[in-house]
Design a protein around this ligand. Structure first.
Ligand code: CA2
Length: 146
């Protein structure tokens, strides 16, 4: 199984600031651990982080034709603003799990709304980097029932 992992704007800054909210690990460390976890579960994990909405959207479109069977996405701040990102996820019709490191529902009210949630299989938030592993596990189980 091939899964596309996308991280949106500013997540390249992980580990540099706000460790009490987002943890102390860098994105590179998180992704290295995840690739190992995925491999142990016979999953090929392809990662892209971008600060650009259009780059994320183009990669989602490409996922449909390059053999990705599912998407895990932490859209960062675009979660709360991007109709276009939501439309791209909806258009490719790949099972998608939305992940947030922090519990967005326990933070400022503008973070309580996700434009992505309604087109995702589910949302995982508040468990730090562990949430990405939970998403892989959820997608494995989902694919075994299809
Ligand atoms: O909790 C999450 O994973 C978020 O997607 C992170 C986004 C935020 O806008 C969402 O509401 C929730 C922000 C990512 C910014 O990450 C930083 C990490 C370190 C230093 C500065 C920003």
């Amino acid at each position: 199984m091939k899964i596309l992992l996308l991280n949106g704007p500013n997540l390249n800054l992980l580990g540099t600031r706000e460790p009490e909210i987002y943890g102390a690990q860098s994105l590179a460390e998180i992704v290295a651990d995840l690739i190992q976890f995925a491999a142990a579960n016979k999953i090929d994990l392809i990662h892209l982080q971008s600060n650009h909405e259009g780059v994320l959207i183009d990669r989602i479109h490409q996922a449909k034709t390059d053999g990705c069977q599912a998407i895990i996405i932490n859209p960062g701040g675009l979660t709360h603003s991007s109709v276009s990102l939501r439309d791209a996820i909806s258009a490719v019709e790949l099972p998608t799990v939305e992940v947030h490191l922090s519990n967005i529902h326990a933070r400022e009210s503008f973070r309580h709304t996700s434009y992505v949630a309604a087109v995702a299989l589910g949302q995982i938030c508040g468990f730090g980097a562990k949430g990405y592993e939970l998403a892989i596990t959820a997608l494995r189980q989902h694919s075994s029932t299809q």
